[in-house]
Design a protein around this ligand. Sequence first.
Ligand SMILES: [Zn+2]
Length: 224
Amino acid sequence: MNFHAREAMGARLCNEALDEPIDEIERASMMDAAAQKLTELFDVLRIDHANDHNTRDTPKRVAKMFVEEILAGRYTAPPRITEFENALAYDQLIVTGPIELRSMCAHHLMPIYGSAYVGILPSAEGKIIGLSKYDRIVDYFASRLQIQEELVKQIGQYIEDMTKPRGVAVRISAVHMCKTQRGVRASRRSRMVNTYYWGELAKNAELKREFLDECISLDRAGQE
Ligand SMILES: [Zn+2]
């Protein structure tokens, strides 16, 4: 299907993936069309991109950046998950992090950056996935226009679906440049923290405490 045919089928929400990943041809035509629109935006903003050595290639560069990096999680397939049987029926809490988080705010198109932590309470009958996959899952959902409240949930629900654990927790601590670079111009140390809990992790206060303690110790270890 070409880009324009898909366009006619209607758009998706900013943090939803398209029904099917796009192929090379569609990717190229999407980038061309986006570069054209960015050129028009520069015209509207009265930036002389035709004669300005700094901005001459910027529309093309930015179009490529949107399609291949910032919004890549909408146009590509989810990361392939290597599953391992939980042979020894390990059922204690696993916490991994900090995972680098880079996203873009859906309201202002400004960067969001920080750390994610994932907690999994495996079930004896469920699957265990390779540790690096959590980083890839975070990056996949972050590579869209996001708001942090929906991002933690998307990550958590995907891990639930893939591994059928007894519980999941996802915590994100991030700087929103729409708040530090503009608007209220908050300190770059100002962050937003939120956590999504599911299953036994949502119900059990002791497990929540254990997860949060591990997040703190991982954060500290990362600074050593
Ligand atoms: Zn924003």
